[in-house]
Ligand binder design. Sequence first.
Ligand code: ADP
Ligand code: MG
Length: 342
Amino acid sequence: MIDKIKEELGKVFYPGKTNSVVKEGVIGSITIDEGVVSIELLMKEDNANAIQILQKSIPSAVKKIEGVKDVNLIINLPKHNQEPPKLQHIRYILATTSGKGGVGKSTVSVNLAISLSKFGYKVGLLDADIYGPNIPRMMGIEGIPVAIDPKNKDKILPIVKYGVKIISIGSMIPKDAAVIWRGPLINQVIKQFLNDVTWDELDFLIVDLPPGTGDAQLTLAQEAKVSGGIIVTTPQTVALDDAAKAHDFFVKLKVPVVGVIENMSYFVCPKCGYRADIFSRGGGKTFAQNVKIPFLGEIPIDIQIREGGDEGSPVSVSNPNSVVAKAFADAARSIIETLKNA
Ligand SMILES: Nc1ncnc2c1ncn2[C@@H]1O[C@H](COP(=O)(O)OP(=O)(O)O)[C@@H](O)[C@H]1O
Ligand SMILES: [Mg+2]
């Protein structure tokens, strides 16, 4: 069987190269356990795009072989001798990510940032979702351009709103402009947002990453010491499967994971009080237990959250005493506790 697998792998091209993955030398050990094939992938470059392609092309090639039930790819990233630098002026960098888009990652980032700022911390919010920068809309700063720092012409000033310092590519390019970002450009933008923005002293910098396992995650982990990743998921199985991949990616990048926030956990009818578990129930907590990371809290579905996001007035500002604003504040408290004990 192994020979057949190697033969099939010999036909899979390494993305962007004319050689097969075998010739490129990225195939490590291959093991078979009751029809499940595990293949070690020894990446020589941090190329998220290549990884994403190989995650599809290798399993689909190997699954053609008779008797193969499933294919597991174990991805090894190249070793970096250098530890990422600790940014001296920022105490904690927290990165929110999710497996899927639309699970409320930006909503959580925004409300966590505001909650932390209300506790008295100095907070920054970096929108690293280059493809879908919706922090400006959610924070009500759409259309406000960023300015050069008059004290240091090499730096840009973040926009301050609701006590949070914000930077987003959305404040720099025209709205609805179609921008094609290739990996190296994303790296540049994230590097600049970390290093060329006048953050001054910050207790927390919340980084809203794009969903999935891509260049933004890779760049952030290399450019700065991230204190903790926060995984945002909804309770249903498909979202959790993807959340598991996002978690694995953080582990590979050696980013400690602070915990899981379950969003859209349930809906309580404001008229009759009936609780509906629209996206199933308890999945986030079970996931957290399975991978042994803290469960940071659950946020229900609430019209005020959606309206607050659309109108640029997050619920943590517009209705701080609501159940949902308190849920965000509780999650922020859990994060502080976890970091203290780390
Ligand atoms: N708990 C919630 N209740 C109601 N609407 C929500 C909730 N969380 C997010 N939303 C809405 O769902 C949409 C997607 O959320 P968003 O934060 O943009 O997701 P992501 O950043 O993961 O793509 C937004 O319109 C947002 O206002
Ligand atoms: Mg988003």
